[in-house]
Design a protein around this ligand. Structure first.
Ligand code: AKB
Length: 317
């Protein structure tokens, strides 16, 4: 029987992944942790503990005490926030990953580790359309540099110490459960809240900035599918490209206006524009499709409809 540790369970991915993992593995086998309090359904729905992934001593006790066999390490400082505190962000993102990799190397019970990478590993010298799995990677952001270095480290531990590390380069993730946390793609989440609540949104990217995105349900399904895939099928030991769909703020606005026709939008690009301009516009995820059958359900129209309905429910509008 697997016992799963989720680090970062209060975050955008963790808050939904924990619930899905509990459905599959049983609530008592999925241990949710974070440095901050998680939502009520995470805390009431199974074991939850405040735990700092940088505290390696407490971490190892926790892992041994609960006989953990799989770790999902989701805690990170995202692109926008990391540019505000570059050295601190580098330390948090790298030290936490190294703690987990060393733990997985030392503790025999740990069979698999999931760690998210990002489209932020790419930079302005990368082909921006249909970005291949293997290509030039010269990231300009501290977040991207930490994800690129992290990819090198997970591959190193995989090959040298036989730690079964698995990873996805997530595009922007769109979800309604937890608000996005300091990324460059966050506009595509914020806009739904502001559109539903106020009918007006000021976008921090220009109207034609195209970025790859994915609805959270597809991201969660892909993450679990990758973790459940037979390891002999996985040719990529760094991180798998995942495409989803690509759209610009203008295209998203047009879709939202089908539900909220009077939505007013203004564009006021800030420092995140330069980050977005250095990232791919669309992603080639054919290797993920081939190796572990990755596929998606949500297109722009479908995710827009779900987001609006869910945000309306949340605020009873
Ligand atoms: C961010 O915008 O920083 C993240 C990401 C693409 O990794 N959503």
């Amino acid at each position: 029987m697997d016992n799963i540790l989720v680090i970062g369970a209060a975050g955008q991915i963790g808050s939904e992944l924990t619930i899905e993992l509990r459905k599959i593995y049983g609530s008592e086998h999925v241990f949710a942790t974070d440095i901050k309090q998680a939502s009520k359904d995470i805390v009431d729905g199974g074991p939850f503990q405040i735990l700092d992934v940088l505290d390696d001593k407490r971490l190892i006790h926790f892992v041994i005490r609960h006989k953990i066999t799989q770790i999902y390490h989701l805690a990170a400082v995202l692109s926008g926030n990391a540019e505000r505190i570059p050295i601190q962000a580098w330390n948090i993102n790298m030290e936490s990953l190294m703690n987990i990799l060393d733990l997985a190397k030392e503790v025999e019970d740990i069979k698999k580790v999931f760690w998210p990478s990002s489209i932020a590993v790419f930079g302005p010298t990368t082909p921006r359309v249909n970005t291949p799995q293997l290509t030039v990677m010269e990231p300009r952001t501290v977040y991207g540099i930490s994800k690129q270095a992290g990819e090198r480290w997970i591959e190193y531990y995989n090959r040298r110490y036989k730690v079964d590390t698995r990873s996805i380069r997530y595009p922007g993730l769109i979800s309604f459960k937890t608000e996005a946390g300091g990324g460059t793609t966050d506009y595509a989440v914020e806009i739904f809240y502001d559109a539903v609540k106020y009918g007006i949104y000021e976008c921090f990217l220009t109207e034609n900035t195209r970025l790859p995105m994915l609805f959270m349900a597809d991201a969660i399904k892909s993450t679990i599918n990758l973790m459940e895939a037979d390891s002999s099928k996985l040719s990529i030991k760094t991180s798998y490209n995942l495409g989803g769909i690509s759209f610009s703020p203008e295209e998203l606005v047009n879709e939202i206006r089908k539900h909220i026709p009077l939505l007013k939008i203004t564009y006021k690009p800030d420092f995140r524009q330069a980050i977005a301009d250095s990232w791919p516009q669309s992603i080639d995820d054919s290797v993920a499709r081939h190796d572990w059958g990755c596929n998606f359900t949500y297109n722009l129209a479908k995710l827009t409809e779900v987001m609006i309905n869910e945000v309306r429910k949340k605020y009873e509008i």
